[in-house]
Design a protein around this ligand. Structure first.
Ligand SMILES: NC(=O)c1ccc[n+]([C@@H]2O[C@H](COP(=O)([O-])OP(=O)(O)OC[C@H]3O[C@@H](n4cnc5c(N)ncnc54)[C@H](O)[C@@H]3O)[C@@H](O)[C@H]2O)c1
Length: 256
C-alpha cells in the first residue's frame, strides 16, 4: 500500500464492471474506504467473489437509489471524498437502427446517471478537504466510431457536463474531471468484438490501428483515475483526459 488515498472515502458507480473493479482495487490498495455501487454484486463480470469494495446496490437511473446510497455513506462516514461515475452501457447501432427506448435507456444510464449520482453526492463532497469527481467520457465523445451514434452522443454530453460541474463546484473545493478512454479490454469491449464474425482478426486489426499497437487494460485506466482522485492532482479540474494509446492523435492509416 502506498497510501495515496489514505483515509479517503470513495464511491464508484459501475464498481463491479471491468474498469470499475480495477478502480476499486487500486483505491483500496491506496488506503481508501471504497463503495462499489452497481446493479448486482457481480456487475458485468458476473463473479462477485473476492471483488474489491463494499457492494452497494445502485441503479444510477433512479433518484431514490442515489439518495439511499448517499444516506448509507453519510451514516458510515459523514462525508465523501471521491466519486467515480463509471456506470455505462454501449449500444451498437446507427441512429436509424436505434429505437427511442434504446436512445432513452443509454442517456438514462450514461448521462442522467452521472447527473443524479453527482447531484446527491455534492452535499457529502462539500464536507471533504479535497473532493474529486471523475466522470467517464470516451474518445468517442470527440471522434465517432461507426455504429455507435447514441453512445457517442452520451459521451459528448458527459464531456460538456464535466466542464459545467467543474465551473459550478470548483469554488467549493470540488474538482471535476472526465477520463476518456479509447479501447479498454473489458466486457463492454468484448461485447463489441462479438458483433464481428471473426473476433481474432478484428481484435488484431484494432490493436494494429493504435500507435502503441495495443488496447488498454482496466489497470491503465485505474492508474489515471487514481491520480485524479488523489491530492497530487489538486490543480487539475474541468479537463477531459484522453487515454487511448495514441489512437486519436493520428490520421487514418494507409499504406504508402
Ligand atoms: N471499455 C472500453 O473500451 C471503454 C472505452 C471508453 C469509455 N468506456 C467507459 O468506461 C466506463 C466503464 O466501462 P467498462 O468497460 O468497465 O464497462 P463494463 O460493461 O465492464 O462495466 C459497466 C458496469 O456498469 C454497470 N451498470 C450498467 N447499468 C447500470 C445502472 N443502471 N446502474 C448502475 N450500474 C450500471 C454494469 O452492471 C457494469 O458492471 C463506461 O462509462 C464506459 O462507457 C469504456
Amino acid at each position: 500500500m502506498s497510501g495515496m488515498l489514505d483515509g479517503k472515502v470513495a464511491l464508484v458507480t459501475g464498481g463491479r464492471g471491468g474498469v470499475g473493479r480495477a478502480v476499486c482495487e487500486r483505491f483500496e490498495h491506496e488506503g481508501a474506504d471504497v463503495y462499489a455501487a452497481d446493479l448486482s454484486a457481480g456487475g458485468s463480470l458476473a463473479n462477485a467473489e473476492g471483488a474489491p469494495g463494499t457492494f452497494v446496490a445502485l441503479d444510477v437511473t433512479s433518484e431514490d437509489a442515489a439518495v439511499a446510497a448517499m444516506e448509507q455513506v453519510e451514516s458510515d462516514h459523514g462525508r465523501l471524498d471521491i466519486l467515480v461515475n463509471a456506470a455505462g452501457i454501449e449500444i451498437e447501432h446507427t441512429i436509424e437502427e436505434t429505437t427511442l427506448d434504446d436512445w432513452n435507456r443509454i442517456f438514462a444510464i450514461n448521462v442522467t446517471g452521472t447527473f443524479l449520482t453527482s447531484k446527491h453526492a455534492l452535499p457529502l463532497l462539500r464536507r471533504s478537504d479535497g473532493a474529486s469527481i471523475i466522470n467517464f467520457g470516451s474518445y468517442d465523445g470527440f471522434i465517432a466510431d461507426p455504429q455507435l451514434a447514441a453512445y457517442c452522443a452520451t459521451k459528448g454530453a458527459v464531456h460538456a457536463l464535466t466542464k459545467a460541474m467543474a465551473c459550478d463546484h470548483g469554488p467549493d473545493g470540488i474538482r471535476v474531471n472526465a477520463v476518456c478512454p479509447g479501447y479498454v479490454d473489458t466486457p463492454m469491449l468484448q461485447s463489441f468484438f462479438q458483433e464481428s464474425g471473426d473476433i481474432d482478426s478484428l481484435q488484431q486489426a484494432v490493436r494494429d490501428v493504435h500507435p502503441l499497437r495495443t488496447f488498454g487494460t482496466p489497470t491503465d485506466v485505474a492508474n489515471l483515475v487514481n491520480w485524479l482522485a488523489s491530492d497530487e492532482a489538486r490543480y487539475a479540474s474541468g479537463q477531459l483526459w484522453v487515454l487511448d494509446g495514441g489512437l486519436s492523435a493520428q490520421v487514418q492509416q494507409m499504406s504508402l
